[in-house]
Design a protein around this ligand. Sequence first.
Ligand SMILES: C[S@@+](CC[C@H](N)C(=O)[O-])C[C@H]1O[C@@H](n2cnc3c(N)ncnc32)[C@H](O)[C@@H]1O
Length: 312
Amino acid sequence: MTLQSAAAHLPPDAPPGPWFHNLSLPDGAGGVLHTAPDHPLGDFPRFKWEAIEPHLPADLSGAHALDVGCNAGFYAIELARRGAAVTAIDHDPRYLEQARWAAGRLAEAGALPANPPRFRQGSVYDLARPTPDEPERFDVVWFMGVLYHLRYPLLALDLLADRTAPGGLMVFQTLTLPEDDSNAKAPRGLGVKDPSNVRIGERAALRAPGWPTLAFIERDFEDDPTNWFLADAPACRAMLRSAGFEIAAEIPEQEVFLCRRRSDGDDNDRLRDEECRAATGRLDRPGETAGSLSDLSSGSPSAWSVTEESNE
Ligand SMILES: C[S@@+](CC[C@H](N)C(=O)[O-])C[C@H]1O[C@@H](n2cnc3c(N)ncnc32)[C@H](O)[C@@H]1O
């Protein structure tokens, strides 16, 4: 990952950098210690949080939140401060070490809630198999800045949809393709008689402005070989809808989509569910032993959702 801070100024007990999250921690002498004061993006991710947080319920007491790709824990800590019981996962142990160190420093200064985030190592794909000590479904799911690092983006979205309570909230962000004006204005499926069923002879329309577009990156992007896909905003919306989410609000300048997990079924449900289970070794076939399946197809609706309906 690029766009980080080397953080050479941190005390000797701090985990090694680079740091991607600029956390504000007590410095032990009444002042503030910033973990990434020279972050190339500025005070990151505080400026993103400040754009998102007005859309969230002010009090998340009683809600279960999941932060996937939590990095050094900025969002997990903020969600815990709002009262949520937070499970925060990242596949990179170096970032988890930073998160635990930062949370420990805040706790020592009494600046963490009684129920601090639980940080654990894990991949988004591990969500296929809930662990016994965590909820099967979460009321708030945080999935920011991870999708473009994945080779299996739709699998990840399908798993996240499985783990989001019906009516629950997912806050989604990904690095997006720039849109030109024609793209932004063009209706989806321009030039196609019926965009819900494109005929084989109409394929050229999939190149038309406005059609959801994913760009595949075979090698490095911004010096990072783990960046695989950039999606444009129509593709983000289409993938989220296809995974079972409705878009409740957007913050375009931050590439953020606030989504609600649909509580009614849609036409994609069976296809999505079957392929997701097959891809994660959880598909029951007649005559074969079932994998460790938990039935994620039912559950009670979440009381947690975005507070603003309107798109910005
Ligand atoms: C660009 S950073 C985003 C961090 C944070 N979510 C944010 O928005 O500020 C990507 C994070 O996702 C983590 N990550 C990448 N692939 C992952 C995966 N398959 N499962 C879990 N975490 C992953 C990385 O280790 C890194 O901490």
